[in-house]
Design a protein around this ligand. Sequence first.
Ligand code: ADP
Ligand code: ZN
Length: 563
Amino acid sequence: KQPMKMSLPEATSHLMQHPWSADVKNALLKRFHLRGFRSNQLEAINATLAGKDAFVLMPTGGGKSLCYQLPSIVSSGRTRGVTIVISPLLSLMEDQVAHLRQLKIQAYNINSECSPDERKFIFDTLKDRKVDEYLQLLYVTPEMLSKSQAMINHLHKLHNIRRLARIVIDEAHCVSQWGHDFRPDYKALGDVRRQFPGVPVMALTATATENVKVDVIHNLGMQGCEVFNQSFNRPNLTYEVLPKGNAKTVLESIVEIVSEKYRGQSGIIYCLSRQKCEDIAKKLQEEYKVMAHHYHAGMVPQEKRQVQREWQEGKYKVIVATIAFGMGIDKADVRFVIHHTIPKSLEGYYQETGRAGRDGKKSGCFMFYGYQDTTALKHMIDKGDGDYQQKQRQHQMLRNVVQFCENRSDCRRVQVLAYFNEHFSRENCKGCCDNCNSTSTFETRDFTEYANAAMAMVEQMQRGESVTVHQCIDVFRGAKRLKNSDWQYLDGYGVGEDLDRGDVERLFYRLLMEDGLKEENKMNRAGFATAYVGVGPRKRDFKSGNRKLKIQVRITPNAKRMQ
Ligand code: ADP
Ligand code: ZN
């Protein structure tokens, strides 16, 4: 198992002694405009060019596409002609084809949405012995192969003139019942494969379980294939979640990281909004003399290119960016990544933090977490694109991030890797995350009774007037200054007076996350949108005992326990 790292062709000479090696290097530098390979890319490329089957396991963002896109333009391998790529997502295929065309690679899509003319062009070309002059990569949906005999017939013709270079199966976990995304059309690919013996197959996935791997290799008849396994662990990265206070304290913590801990070194700060990027970059520059610059999708392309270049060259040390920044960057010495706001998913977190430490040197990942940000993120999901189901999935992904942040006892590395189905034992973290380093002990306690009292209280309160979650938290804690208000007569007043303020906040935020409570934006009297709280659809499940609410609380010697 190796960490993801860059390796220059020169540094890996034994991998560059094949008849096709000069072409591979040329394609990398001149066509893809990249300077080196990441872990296992060159190994997988060599396997397929040698005519072998290959199974490639790589994390999302690890660079799977290069493993088959690059060989598609190399004609000095054991096989030549067209690389057929089976991929389940139309939008992804279209993006890839557009990208490849920019690189002057002849790539096409064939799917149910193709016009008759396009289809005719593709089918005619597939009969031509010079096909690889006009068509190097053909993206096909699995349905197309399992349902269209015409397509299969054309592949046979292509095979007969010895121009079927290889068959690539992207998102290969779809073949397996054990995967999270099983597709019957993918299972049928095994039959397709068996019709073309001798044609090398490459299967790629980011799903790391052993079951999936065994299934894919078996179903696709890839016995004796080369397996390129890769741990998703990034041992040189440290992970830390920091409490998000007000803007001032957050900036102070950022300055501590940027100007003290990593003084003069390169890093990225991810923010949610363009405005925030500009604000923070400006403050860092003007008040703290840090060579920082913002980067976001609102900038003109020329400015973006310039900022990116000057950062690569080290003129700017710190880039304050939205997630628009990062696609295709290959700076090796990024020493820290800071999330000013939590990302939308753990996959995003892994990818964004993964931009640190590509050179293998120790680097830090810091994430500010405050519940207030989830309101904005939830709002963005509701307002954003996607149908009901997609939005449900997005909400679930966000919940996973909040759970990750709220979890103050399990090793961060164990949690991140578990998300990718990789087992990791805590001892191997060696104190490289905040939870492993923490001297506090936490205990998981059942807060369901508190939760029920809190929801009942909110229900009563919001009958009278619109209330915010912070008002509810104060009442629940029995804040002294509310002694003279009508709220002191509520059943819920002071129920949580023995608890830590942080734990009461956590209780309310968890209820919001799990739909026991819900927030709605309304205009207040001054004309600003304020989030008001009410009871949510899951209240009943907690009340009936079907759902429990457990919270990790810090154990202190004099902690009072709930009866
Ligand atoms: P995956 O399919 O594994 O999720 P991609 O193939 O989409 O990943 O690659 C993710 C990003 O990494 C892309 O922006 C790609 O350009 C970049 N990338 C891939 N290989 C390299 C490399 N050798 N050097 C620099 N960037 C690379
Ligand atoms: Zn740890």
